[in-house]
Design a protein around this ligand. Sequence first.
Ligand code: NAD
Length: 365
Amino acid sequence: MDVTITLLPGDGIGPEVVAQARKVLEAVAGQFGHTFNFHRALIGGIAIEETGNPLPDETLKACQTSDAVLMGAVGGPRWSDPRAAVRPEQGLLRIRKELGLFANLRPVKLIPALANASPLKPTVVSGTDMVIVRELTGGLYFGQPQGREQAGGRRAAVDTLRYAEDEIERLMRVAFDLARGRRRKLTSVDKANVMASSRLWREVAHEVAHDYPDVEYQDILVDACAMYLIRNPADFDVIATENMFGDILSDEASMLTGSLGMLPSASLGSGRPGLFEPIHGSAPDIAGQGVANPLATILSAAMLLRSGLGLTREAAAVERAVEKVLEDGHRTADLAAPGQPTVGTQAIGDLVVAACATATEQHQV
Ligand code: NAD
């Protein structure tokens, strides 16, 4: 396969973790006989500094004409003045919208070697294996009106949570199709007891559920879901929810696996390219120190191989390599127990590359 992959390293630890994922993709290309052409482009704060625009036209064009996009993270204190007219996150929201990426898949799977890295008891997190399917181009982050106003001499601000039925339906179908390939259980999360948008969400979700009688379906209110996620996480298979609920619940769920630095994601639309990125942010507190955990980005690269390019064996080789490195006891600082030795960003990337070679050889045997 000869494909073009656009890399959007972004800000903070973004360039550090994307460099490791690129190394792993290059190793996989060599081992499986593919040609991956990498193209770097600007997004976020660095793009504002160099062009004044968090998503320059050149970047958008590069993404639109590539087969898949791998992103790091955007944002940081340099660009976080709430009064700033241009913000790095606008680049992220716009690229999702422009590429039509309405479904964000966030797998939360406990790697057994990390059962002790979670702040929750191993007995609670054991067996965790779910995918959160988050709606990505609607809801509060996009609804209009949005902004500040002066009301009766007071500062006020407004956000709008609006969903249309087709936006809900297409997201639910992605989630149901995914559940069919897994344990056939779908939980739809809303706040239908108080919000009109959630009542529409639930109505449409039930209509779609009729087409999937083989999938066990349940509704849960978002507040209850937040509680069940840390009480019985292994009960969940696929969770489908709107944009902001998914944003919050998936950060909560990340703690089941030990660290935000472990969770990958795929943002998909109705065609290519998909956008693949870790769920964590730019981690300005550790940027430039060589200690960031690149595994979420490397696992995002595995999702790129599977869901973006259809390369199943290659994706499995990367996932197996990550598990092997952790089983061998290597830990970045965010995963290590107090006093446990740690490895840096580059070193863990090198270990995954080496383990990939072994995983591929075993597969070929
Ligand atoms: P964050 O995810 O960047 O960091 C939260 C905590 O987790 C920090 O202590 C950080 O050091 C740690 N962490 C995150 N990723 C890690 C990794 N790979 N390895 C080790 N530790 C890791 O969230 P934040 O601090 O709330 O946000 C920082 C900036 O990132 C903000 O500007 C925010 O807007 C932005 N952000 C961007 C995205 C994105 O680009 N998709 C997502 C979330 C936040």
